[in-house]
Design a protein around this ligand. Structure first.
Ligand SMILES: [Zn+2]
Length: 322
């Protein structure tokens, strides 16, 4: 994965490329941006450029360093074959490999930081060029893991680099943020999502600039389930009696994350309808726009609401009176 293969992130790529070319790669970057926009791929391209054997065309794609970096082991843990490109992330490694007896349920454990980073960073890179740690979903670092990392993050040994990937930078503790240099990744253009994920335009539009979201949406079953939710919601809004609305609110819950996705579908359906009606029926369009706002409000409430059924009931009542 060379920088050339990273699409739609010209600013981030230019920043990193320039740093590499000048031999001024920072020792600790923080890649911030939504899921599925190329942060991990870019981190790998950066690591590849660091360990590449070609002194001029760094990240040449042909040398042994490049090859080992972009080859991800087929067996678990799925990490680069290059010994100096080290993945860190919750659940990547089996517990026994990082000195634990239980899986990392809540976050990246302090044991993983000790075993993978601290035990390793005092030594020169195996291949001599650079040692690069890529920390996936760095906001999942537990407090003890983050604290264990601070000193090394601030003053790593020579030729040692860190890339912290996060879609939720606000959840990183301040001391980690202040020791890392931010590189921002934007949502991708719909056309690019469509191209990379190989999905229809309709799905790319729903994915909000994320390739991983598009792939998930493209899953036919998921799409059908969410569309059925939208159909039932629209039915409940227009039903003459309240029974349909209550039935809708009491449907089988499928978990908070799925409920969020379903509400996003509904919000999108309403906004698409509002736009479609704008010319023919401004009154209806206005109502649908208000309904769209109501769904967005419910969506924001999902995180803090213990009772999805109550949330849905209140939402449908508001949608009916909108
Ligand atoms: Zn190379």
């Amino acid at each position: 994965m060379s920088f050339d293969a990273i699409l739609g992130q010209p600013t981030a790529v230019a920043t990193l490329r320039r740093a590499i070319e000048r031999g001024q790669a920072h020792h600790a970057y923080r890649f911030e941006g939504p899921e599925g926009v190329g942060k991990a791929a870019c981190a790998l391209a950066f690591a590849q450029a660091l360990v590449c054997h070609d002194p001029v065309n760094k990240g040449c794609g042909r040398c042994r360093g490049c090859e080992l970096t972009r080859t991800i082991s087929e067996e678990a843990p799925h990490v680069p074959l290059h010994p100096d490109v080290v993945f860190v992330g919750r659940g990547i490694y089996p517990p026994n490999l990082i000195g634990r007896t239980t899986p990392e349920a809540t976050g990246i454990s302090v044991q993983q930081i000790r075993r993978l980073i601290l035990a390793r960073s005092g030594f020169s890179p195996h291949e001599g060029r650079a040692l690069c740690f890529i920390i996936h979903d760095a906001h999942e670092l537990t407090i003890s893991a983050a604290n264990a990392l601070l000193k090394t993050l601030e003053e790593p040994p020579p030729k040692t680099h860190f890339v912290l990937l996060t879609s939720q930078p606000g959840q990183l503790i301040d001391t980690i943020r202040s020791r890392t240099l931010a590189v921002r990744f934007a949502p991708l253009a719909d056309a690019l999502v469509q191209q990379i994920a190989g999905v229809p335009a309709e799905i790319a539009r729903l994915a909000q600039g994320s390739v991983s979201a598009a792939l998930e949406l493209a899953d036919a079953e998921t799409h059908q389930r969410r569309q059925a939710f939208v159909d039932r919601a629209l039915e409940a809004i227009d039903a003459p009696d309240l029974a349909t609305a209550i039935g809708f609110a009491n449907q089988k819950a499928e978990g908070r994350d799925e409920l969020k996705r379903q509400l996003e579908y509904l919000a999108h359906a309403l906004s698409a309808q509002a736009i479609a009606q704008l010319d023919h029926s401004p009154g209806l369009s206005e109502r649908q726009a208000r309904q769209h706002q109501t769904v967005l409000k419910a969506l924001a409430g999902v995180e803090h609401n213990a009772q999805p059924a109550l949330l849905l009931e209140a939402m449908i009542a508001e949608l009916r009176s909108a």
